[in-house]
Design a protein around this ligand. Structure first.
Ligand code: HEM
Length: 390
């Protein structure tokens, strides 16, 4: 799937989740009684999530240019009042002088943090977790309707090599690390809500710290596995006309006949490209989270989306906003990947007789291979007989 479309879909999700809260117009508030300062009505309106125009505060930062210099004897900030200073910090308009340096050091209060927090604690956990549970339930229903896909007429008893040791190593590096990342990622995302009541805060604190360590370090194995499997299998996953025939036949899931396929059928190609594209995206955002503020990528991505789709997404983001986008996108893509992988694990284990051997011993039953990958078997046999003849 096109990365820009994924970005656009993500923004639609964010807008749908939060847009409604901010869609209502700002009420006209009379601030004459407070001399233009905040009123109780402002506070109440914000609590009701009405769109209060904050210009009366953000543009009221005193006038440091005309104020007495700091050396005059008006106080530590010279002619600038404390409220002015607070508002300047609040609206990121304060010439901060902190010892800490770095891209985010000058941002002391960041509004978007609340939007990010609510998105993460609400829709990401609810829709993501809900989708996982629904999908698992659907697979159980599917299993009871379709049952295990068996080898028609039973196994032949002779085998053919499907994956070499290096291919199986690459697959299990990718698979093992992904499963560890999924479990530790879910603990980090939702453990506070679901595990603290069960384990208590002390045990959970240890588990959460361990999860973070595992998640950060195993990510490298995942990226190596991703590159290995991409290099080894990309040539077999280029879409061709045959894939369309396979899709039209529904992969033979509900029919007696098996559509023809080479080494990978259309269903497997979909799994391959889903893993590669989403795996690449989750790795990029993961690196951005691993090295905070060093790899900002969303402002530039939005710029590309705007120029292609004519949208008007923000192309100037604060360092914290970059991190918040990276965090939410990382979780959304990870959930999408988990859904695809649950289906993949199902078909590789309980869903189909003889499939697991391909990644277990590397040897599959010839009859299984003929039924699911007839053209690949023909290719291998042709090569073998050529080798014997020469
Ligand atoms: C317990 C977990 C898993 C099992 C039992 C499993 C099993 C298998 C099997 C049997 C195949 C070969 C199918 C064939 O003969 O053509 C395969 C291929 C593959 N696996 Fe897995 N797998 C698991 C987890 C994963 C994970 C977590 C990922 C990626 C994050 C992954 C990515 C792939 C890819 C890209 C292929 C090649 C395309 C395909 O056959 O669909 N696998 N897996």
């Amino acid at each position: 799937m096109n990365i820009k479309l994924l970005g656009a879909a993500f923004l639609v999700l964010v807008t749908l989740s939060f847009g409604h809260a901010w869609a209502q117009e700002s009420p006209g508030i009379d601030r004459s009684a407070t001399g233009g300062a905040q009123t109780l009505e402002d506070i109440m309106a914000r609590q009701q999530k009405l769109n209060v125009d904050g210009a009366f505060r953000s543009e009221n930062l005193g006038n440091p240019a005309n104020a007495a210099p700091i050396s005059d004897h008006l106080g530590t900030r010279g002619g600038v009042s404390r409220s002015d200073t607070y508002r300047a910090i609040r609206y990121n308009n304060f010439d901060a002088r902190t010892q800490a340096r770095g891209p985010a050091a000058d941002v002391m209060i960041q509004d978007g943090g609340m939007t990010w927090l609510k998105l993460r604690e609400g829709p990401v956990i609810n829709y993501g977790g809900g989708a996982l549970l629904c999908f698992l339930a659907l697979l159980v229903v599917f299993y009871f309707i379709r049952g295990k896909i068996m080898i028609d007429g039973g196994p032949a008893g002779t085998t053919i090599q499907r994956f070499k040791a290096v291919e199986r190593f690459g697959h299990w590096l990718l698979a093992g690390s992904f499963i560890a990342l999924a479990i530790t990622g879910l603990i980090t995302l939702m453990g506070r809500s679901f595990l603290i009541p069960v384990l208590g805060p002390e045990v959970f604190a240890t588990l959460a710290a361990g999860s973070k360590w595992v998640h950060n370090n195993i990510s490298w194995a995942f990226m190596i596995g991703l590159v290995m499997t991409f290099v080894m299998w990309v040539a077999h996953n280029i879409p061709d006309k045959l894939d369309w025939q396979w899709i039209k036949a529904g992969g033979g899931i509900f029919t007696k006949t098996h559509p023809s396929a080479k080494k990978f059928n259309a269903g497997q190609k979909i799994v391959f490209w889903t893993v590669m594209v989403l795996g690449f995206s989750v790795s990029l955002t993961g690196l951005s989270l691993l090295f905070p503020f060093q790899l900002p990528m969303f402002a530039d991505t939005f710029g590309v989306i705007n120029s292609v789709l004519g949208t008007e997404f923000a192309t100037v983001l604060t360092p914290h906003e970059e991190m918040q986008f990276a965090n939410i996108w990382h979780s959304v893509v990870a959930f999408a990947m988990m859904l695809a992988i649950i289906a993949h694990i199902y078909i590789g284990t309980v869903g189909m007789e003889g499939a697991f051997d391909a990644m277990g011993s590397g040897q599959v039953d010839v009859e299984w291979a003929r039924q699911h990958h007839d053209l690949w078997v023909a290719e291998v046999e042709a090569k073998q007989s050529k080798g014997e003849a020469s």
